[in-house]
Ligand binder design. Structure first.
Ligand code: MN
Length: 255
């Protein structure tokens, strides 16, 4: 049996870090698949990432129904379906972030492709699609993903990748652990910010497919831990070395 208290702490720390690093503000969320039940996941109730606590973490089915705790600490996020549909479509994924990461949004509304321009950002990949809610659900939605139909359509666009942008809204990013997805979301925001600056200066030299593949493959657990320890310190949360099992797909050697 996994240590679910440790998982709740990990999710709270992840929320604090993502807020501090400008990936989440009062909105956006991170989930983690239940380590003992792949058909459930954990995520906070609808509350800002900077103020939520362990008591706010709720358990859901992959179709977004509340499993617990009872009584519920509050109202769930209306976009929780994003997490369920991606975890349903991707058995390899343990953790999902949906964000409105501000530097990333311009790439969802212009023809400009977001691609990594710096080695730390390589894992976002060279092939990042943009999901447009309008294509299937018309031009009069509020752009929010509020049911499984919409969320499964988004998961389809994501396919087997790590990232999909969402037109006029934000993005989703997935990983094999909370620490991996937080790391890559932080560096995706940095990459987008640097890329906007570089585009203003002229022609941009992107990482090649070979460089992306090699940098991604060489990303060891040590790198993720180094970032996580530093970010824990920045947000005043205890650093707990990752000794416990995060769920399917997680291993200390390949994270
Ligand atoms: Mn959103």
């Amino acid at each position: 049996m996994a240590d679910l208290d440790a998982l709740r702490q990990e999710l709270v720390t992840a929320n604090r870090i993502l807020a501090k690093e400008n990936v989440l503000d009062s909105f956006g969320h991170i989930s983690c698949r239940h380590p003992d039940n792949p058909n459930h996941f954990f995520m906070s109730r609808a509350r800002a990432p900077e103020v939520l606590t362990e008591e706010d973490i709720m358990e859901f089915t992959l179709t977004g129904e509340v499993v617990g705790p009872t009584p519920a600490p509050g109202k769930p996020y209306s976009e929780r379906f994003i997490h369920g549909a991606i975890l349903e479509a991707r058995p390899d994924v343990v953790s999902v972030i949906h964000n409105h990461s501000p530097s990333v949004i311009p790439f969802s509304v212009t023809g400009r492709k977001m691609r990594p321009i710096m080695h730390m950002c390589a894992p976002i990949g060279n092939d990042i699609p943009t999901w447009d809610i309008r294509t299937k659900f018309g031009d009069a939605t509020n752009l929010l993903v509020t049911n499984m139909d919409m969320a499964r359509d988004l998961a389809k666009t994501l396919g087997g990748r790590r990232v999909s942008l969402m037109r006029g809204h934000g993005s989703v990013i997935v990983g094999k652990s909370v620490r991996e997805v937080v790391f890559n979301a932080n560096y995706m925001e940095k990459n987008a910010d640097m890329l906007i600056k570089a585009l203003g200066m002229g022609e941009v030299e992107y990482l090649s497919d070979g460089e992306v593949a090699t940098a991604d493959k060489g990303r060891a657990g040590f790198t993720l831990e180094r970032g996580w320890e530093n970010w824990c310190n920045k947000v005043g949360r205890p650093y707990i070395s990752q000794e416990w099992e995060m769920g399917p797909g997680f291993s200390k050697t390949d994270q």
